[in-house]
Design a protein around this ligand. Structure first.
Ligand SMILES: Nc1ncnc2c1ncn2[C@@H]1O[C@H](COP(=O)(O)OP(=O)(O)OP(=O)(O)O)[C@@H](O)[C@H]1O
Ligand SMILES: [Mg+2]
Length: 163
């Protein structure tokens, strides 16, 4: 798997989860994850990363490292109030935009299309990362979706699980 090199100490092949001990470690992991999932893929719809975890679990922190892995140069901030932020991707051939959404205030499919996310998720040139994805679970695509769950262990420690 892609993160063996990063965290051979913590890697668990059965549950695909990793323990991080700081925000920096979470960013570094998210960066490697972004690099790995955007390598040589040909897709018919966007890549969607569905992030879940309680308030302060580290979803936005993860998104910042993830964006760095895509080559996004701008500073990634929480889209709590605007709901969706769009960033340009220059480094990757087939991906043009990174969308970072926060669905904390949304309820289901209608809301997802009303903020334009349904269209965004249908376009193979996009990579979409959604905080509070479980709020809109039914509106998420079945294909090309990766679930990432952040679990708060203690002040500096998080468990990050993939799929
Ligand atoms: N191992 C870790 N991984 C990620 N963040 C950590 C870790 N240890 C401490 N932190 C801190 O936890 C906080 C996580 O905040 P962040 O905004 O990323 O959470 P969030 O899940 O996006 O919250 P919200 O639900 O409000 O959007 C940051 O202050 C970060 O520095
Ligand atoms: Mg957040």
């Amino acid at each position: 798997m892609f993160f063996v090199k990063y965290a051979d100490r913590h890697y668990n092949t059965r549950v695909n989860s990793i323990i991080t001990k700081s925000a920096e470690e979470t960013k570094a992991l998210a960066k490697l994850f972004a690099e790995a999932i955007t390598q040589e893929v040909v897709l018919k719809s966007a890549v969607v990363v569905a992030l879940n975890g309680v308030l302060g679990a580290g979803k936005t922190t993860f998104a910042q490292g993830f964006a760095e892995g895509l080559g996004v140069k701008e500073k990634v901030k929480s889209p709590t109030f605007v709901l969706v932020h769009k960033y340009g991707i220059k480094k990757k051939k087939q991906f043009k935009s990174f969308y970072h959404a926060d669905c904390y205030r949304l309820e289901g499919e209608k809301d997802v299309s009303s903020i334009g996310l349904s269209e965004v998720m249908a376009d193979p040139e996009n990579i979409v990362l959604i905080e509070w994805a479980r709020r809109v679970a039914k509106a998420l695509p079945k294909k090309n979706m990766i679930r990432v769950t952040l679990t708060y262990i203690n002040e500096k420690t998080r468990k990050i699980s993939f799929n």
